[in-house]
Write a protein that binds this ligand. Structure first.
Ligand code: UTP
Length: 276
């Protein structure tokens, strides 16, 4: 039903300097797999097989990762190492990959608007690959897709965060429609704990309807001088409908050292148990 998924990866990844000086943050591995591969796997599981990247300077490694390396494959052909490439090879065989560049880093909203060239006029997923999500039973995008089928409007994934962390997120408020679903009436980007109406934080998973592009085109720069997707979504919520969904599963903020180490420990435990 939704075929396209957008991956804005143009950010500088300053929290991971110097590691991200010459390497995209999204290529940092959790165990032996880059963050961006976990993210594309989640999109593919949801049936979103047309993968679009909004890249920037210094992000070429992402394109190379989603391409065949004939020399390498020839080198390890017939050895036990072949199986290490099976996962990425199957993504390359089942998905298509498109790239467009954000020329100036004007914020996530601007990166998504840049992706219109790839998306066109249809609903689409958005994944921020530095949020590594492990869904219960099914991936977070799959869970959101099931809701989209019902409501046909933009959906953001949210989780409860400690009140003293609201300043790192877009925070939503609204009318509860059930245990996990909220119809959004308000959204604030990076509020102080005192300003925050709730502790429901938007994480890096969205399903957006294409009218968001028209809204983004006229959304002025907001917090930190960046075009914020939160501001555009608030306008969409006011004129139409936006849902916030408390996903089933857990998320690691791998854009931060603490989250990255927690994700590594989690996957290492699974690996030791023979689970991955
Ligand atoms: P972040 O706020 O995590 O920024 O962006 P960042 O540059 O990646 O990392 P830090 O904070 O400097 O360490 C959230 C997402 O939006 C993308 C980023 O690539 C990331 O996936 N983004 C942000 C863009 O694509 N373009 C922008 O102008 C800003």
């Amino acid at each position: 039903m939704i075929k396209k998924c957008l991956f804005p990866v143009a950010g500088y990844g300053t929290r991971f300097l110097p590691a991200t000086k010459a390497m995209p943050k999204e290529i940092l591995p959790i165990l032996d797999k880059p963050l961006v591969q976990y993210a594309v796997e989640e999109a593919a599981e949801a049936g979103m097989l047309d993968i679009g990247f909004v890249t920037g300077r210094g992000k070429r490694a992402i394109e190379d990762h989603f391409d065949v390396s004939y020399e390498l494959e020839h080198q390890i052909a017939g050895t036990g190492k072949e199986k290490s490439l099976q996962g990425i090879r199957s993504l390359i065989d089942t998905c298509t990959f498109s790239y467009t560049r954000q020329i100036t880093m004007r914020g996530l909203g601007d990166a998504i608007l840049t992706g219109q060239a790839i998306i066109g006029d249809e609903p689409f997923g958005v994944v921020l690959a530095d949020d590594l999500c492990i869904g219960d039973e099914q991936g977070v995008l799959s869970q959101m897709l099931a809701l989209f089928k019902q409501y046909r409007c933009s959906i953001v994934a949210v989780e409860e965060v400690p009140k003293n962390q609201t300043g790192s997120y877009g925070i939503v408020d609204g009318e509860a429609l059930g245990d996990r679903l909220i119809r959004v009436t308000d959204m604030i980007e990076k509020p102080t704990p005192a300003e925050a109406p709730t502790n429901l934080a938007i994480i890096g998973r969205y399903i957006l309807t294409p009218d968001i592009f028209e809204i983004l085109r006229t959304t002025p720069a907001g917090k930190n001088g960046e075009v914020q997707i939160t501001d555009a979504l608030l306008q969409q919520a006011k004129t139409g409908c936006v849902m916030a969904y408390k996903f089933k599963g857990r998320r690691f903020d791998c854009g931060s050292i603490d989250g990255f180490v927690a994700a590594t420990n989690y996957y290492y435990d699974q690996y030791k148990k023979g689970g991955c």
